[in-house]
Design a protein around this ligand. Structure first.
Ligand code: CTP
Ligand code: MG
Length: 359
């Protein structure tokens, strides 16, 4: 059987407050997640994008086209470019990025059994009531009520008639039903929930963790000031290509690692002469821009500085605030001595460990 999936991604996301289909979770846009989930059952995928959007390059298996002013218009536009050999058509919302391949397979299996139209549905675990003006008017029998999701499946001929009907509806199955086709239910899943409001993203954001470490020796000649999070502690300074700010460097490594980008050296190689004496807090701001460009925001930073001297206790709050100002995130900075052990214990340098979580 040949299956084509139409992914409607041409909405304006009014309730969300912007084009939600391009919003990223875990570094991947909702649309790209939906495409990835649909791939295993689809011989061809057609994506309907907002008018005026720069269309990515199409391949025979993945075609991008423009949607319409209504959802049904978007389905119609995508249907128009679907390959002639496609026998079964799925219609899926880009706003349901995590509908599982198993759900796609259930819908396709029902079509293969000869069903004209198929919708995934889940029953309501909550009691359902009809309300009016803030008052309950009626309590419904929830056993006969389901919530319907996508992907919805159709025999090609059925979807062709749905499109020709030129009616607008929140789902295509409603039009198939009006046309008199039987609409079959398969088990839906909570994973296939639709993202409608910005707050719907919260349940999907899984924190990612990054570890940063840095160590610099003190300059035996005294050098400049010891610099931590841009704050100066007087000489001796640390040896380093930039300002030797090993706290800022470890924070940068932690956030870049959490975002899956790499380390500070990947963005700012220490062979770059332009970075000699560079202000590491400025570089840290650029690392923040890099993780933001991947769709991440910092959730928390926890740092530990290991230094025999100077005494950092009274300054830790200021260090946390300095980092927090650059990163617009809560930052905790702690300090420890190495109890005389090893080079750090001998006071030859400073090391920092940082754990960052990003969402
Ligand atoms: N959709 C579409 N073309 C439209 C309207 C909606 O392709 N003219 C798509 C959306 O991009 C989304 C899916 O239909 O993937 C479900 O619609 P909905 O959740 O309502 O998304 P939006 O219309 O973008 O949001 P809103 O109604 O809040 O504006
Ligand atoms: Mg809409």
């Amino acid at each position: 059987m040949t299956v084509g999936t139409l992914i409607v991604a041409a909405g304006s996301g009014e309730r969300f407050g912007g084009h939600k289909q391009f919003e990223r979770i875990g570094g991947v846009s909702l649309l790209d997640s939906a495409i990835a989930q649909a791939r295993s059952v689809s011989n061809q995928i057609v994506v309907a994008l907002p008018l005026g959007y720069e269309l990515p390059e199409s391949t025979p298996e993945l075609i991008y086209t423009f949607g319409g002013a209504t959802r049904t218009g978007s389905v119609a536009n995508a249907f128009r470019v679907l390959g002639d050999d496609v026998e079964y058509v799925l219609v899926h919302d880009a706003a349901r990025p995590f509908a599982s391949p198993a759900l796609f397979e259930r819908v396709v299996a029902a079509l293969a059994r000869g069903c004209a139209a198929v919708v995934p549905a889940i029953s309501s675990v909550d009691t359902l009531k009809v309300v009016e003006g803030g008052m309950v008017r009626q309590t419904l029998d929830r056993s006969s009520i389901v919530r319907v999701q996508t992907p919805q499946g159709f025999a090609r001929k059925v979807l062709a008639e749905v499109v020709e009907a030129e009616q607008d509806a929140t789902d295509e199955a409603a039009i198939a039903e009006q046309l008199g086709y039987p609409v079959t239910i398969v088990a839906g899943e909570e994973l296939a929930a639709k993202i409608t409001l910005r707050s719907d993203l919260d349940r999907w954001r899984i924190p990612r963790v990054g570890l940063g470490f840095d160590i610099h020796p003190f300059d035996p000649d005294g050098g400049g000031d010891l610099v931590l999070a841009g704050e100066h502690f007087g000489p001796p300074g640390l040896v380093g290509h930039s300002d030797g700010d090993c706290l800022a460097h470890a924070v940068a490594d932690a956030i870049l690692g959490a975002a899956g980008i790499g380390g500070i050296g990947d963005l700012f190689p220490d062979t770059d002469p332009a970075l000699r004496g560079a202000n590491s807090m400025v570089l840290l701001g650029e690392c923040l821009d890099a993780i933001a460009a991947k769709g991440y925001q910092i959730h928390s930073i926890d740092a530990t500085i290991i230094a025999e001297h100077p005494r950092l206790g009274p300054s830790l709050g200021a260090l946390g605030r300095a980092l927090g100002t650059v990163l617009a995130a809560p930052v905790l900075v702690k300090a420890k001595r190495a109890e005389g052990l090893g080079a750090l214990g001998a006071g030859l340098g400073v090391a920092t460990f940082v754990v960052a979580t990003v969402l």
